[in-house]
Design a binder for this molecule. Structure first.
Ligand code: HEM
Length: 441
């Protein structure tokens, strides 16, 4: 009986797939062929590296993957057009929210219009206050991260990876059929989302128990205005993903780069030594703001390894990008911070090198246009947690670098990433951590 059902399920998905192939235009151009047959993986570790290669070769810095109905650009003028000038023509769109709806629900990442605006306003009240958050973060790093390093543990959540797989399907029909049939990665995603929901329900329950009316944290703010558990669940999961996976990704690449560039590590240690008084254990918020080299190193590491490597919108109406590329209504437009970092036209001949100095003018950190560096997105939907993220990263580096030495083990070559929503390093970054002697602090 089971094998008959499996046979039936497989036949049905094959049939649906064939219908899709007939209905959709099946492009046989070299790029689409290479995509559909995954031939790019012979020469590239990551899909992003292949896209980068195509974008570098394109005179307009824009390419099309016809089978995905996707226009991909690494052109800063196009990015400004999409994220700012024609913001209302490029919402997230229904296609995107469908892919992520099981995990993100109606949370800020997955909605447009009034619901987005409402959540953005609510969240900006909380996320704007970085100096308050500093004490919290600093305390958590000291009381939890530092002790944790001795007993290196790792926890991972597959729901984002499984959701991201949907976006790689040539047609939504494929993952939707699997969802109906509860098969393959869709079955695993369902289980992962159930686990996430269970944990979140516990958090809401706990918050209700301790009271939330006076508590000025993000969840409390939302609980004051809504009692809808589904909505609160969506708020929580969106902010957990926004704030946890991105910073984790950024820190992983940062440490990998530092370990491969001892000269940068030395300059960081020197900057920290000069800033802190002899007997001071932890930096203050005011001191952290003065760390220009650290800020430059963090920006530079996220330039090369943006935690969100690319981001897509869907065109409401036909449009023409500033470089002349035509965009059809209902199709996808993607801008690609990972590829943009590797464009000589944007960052010069040394674009592939890790050089914090490119962010410094006379030793002082110097901001670049967010459309050239859309790591935190840009325009009206710029990341709300940017300052918080930078402060968290600096706090972690400040606490770890003086106390520990790190050595990479069994890790050669370039970073490889899982196809997840945030750039997750495949198999993590294996390091040996050892405490530095007190004299060397
Ligand atoms: C290095 C760390 C981070 C990076 C690189 C980053 C990057 C981004 C990007 C690219 C977006 C746009 C996503 C999209 O619309 O598709 C975004 C949105 C957002 N981020 Fe961050 N983020 C980081 C950390 C954080 C933190 C710590 C928080 C706070 C908890 C946060 C809160 C948000 C929120 C609320 C949005 C949605 C904004 C909106 O749609 O209006 N982010 N972030």
């Amino acid at each position: 009986m089971v094998s008959f059902l499996t046979f039936l399920a497989l036949s049905l998905s094959t049939l649906l797939f064939l219908v899709f192939l007939k209905r959709q235009l099946y492009c046989t151009c070299d790029v689409c062929h290479c995509y559909l047959k995954s031939q790019w993986s012979t020469n590239y570790n990551n899909l992003c590296d292949w896209y980068t290669h195509l974008l570098q070769k394109s005179p307009s810095q824009t390419i099309r993957i016809h089978v995905l109905r996707n226009t991909i650009t690494a052109n800063p003028t196009n990015v400004e057009h999409i994220l700012k000038t024609k913001f209302h023509n490029y919402p997230k769109g229904k296609q995107f929210s469908m892919i992520l709806s099981d995990l993100l629900g109606n949370g800020i990442f997955n909605v447009d219009g009034d619901s987005w605006l409402f959540q953005r306003k609510m969240a900006s009240l909380e996320l704007g206050n970085v100096s308050n958050a500093f004490a919290n973060v600093s305390c958590h790093v000291q009381s939890r991260l530092l002790p944790l390093l001795s007993s290196a543990t790792r926890e991972s959540d597959g729901a984002t990876t499984l959701s991201a797989r949907r976006a790689l399907s040539a047609s939504p029909l494929i993952w939707k059929a699997n969802r109906i049939l509860n098969m393959g990665s869709e079955r695993k995603l369902k289980e992962a989302v159930q686990n996430v929901n269970f944990l979140i329900e516990k958090v809401i329950h706990q918050k209700k128990k301790v009271g939330f009316t006076k508590n000025q944290d993000l969840l409390s703010r939302f609980m004051v205005v809504s009692d809808d558990h589904t909505f609160l669940r969506d708020v929580i999961i969106n902010f957990v993903l926004a704030g946890r996976d991105t910073v984790a990704s950024a820190l992983t690449s940062f440490f990998w780069l530092i370990l491969n560039h001892p000269e940068v590590e030395s300059k960081l240690r020197l900057e920290l030594d000069q800033l802190m008084n002899e007997n001071q254990e932890f930096a203050t918020f005011e001191q952290v703001k003065k760390l220009d080299y650290l800020q430059a190193a963090i920006y530079e590491s996220m330039r090369l390894y943006p935690p969100i490597q690319f981001d897509s919108k869907f065109a409401v109406e036909d449009d023409k990008l500033p470089d002349g590329t035509l965009v059809k209504k209902g199709t996808r437009v993607t801008f690609h911070p990972y590829a943009m970092a590797r464009m000589e036209t944007i960052w010069g001949k040394d674009c592939k090198e890790f050089k914090p100095e490119r962010w410094l003018k006379g030793g002082i950190f110097n901001q670049e246009s967010p459309f050239k560096y859309p790591v935190f997105q840009a325009g009206l939907r710029t990341c709300l947690g940017k300052e918080m993220a930078l402060m968290e990263m600096k706090t972690v580096v400040l606490c770890l670098l003086p106390r520990f030495s790190f050595r990479l083990v069994n890790f050669d070559g370039e970073l490889q990433f899982e196809p997840a929503l945030t750039a997750t390093v495949k198999n993590g970054l294996p390091v040996i951590v050892s405490e530095r002697s007190v004299a060397s602090h």
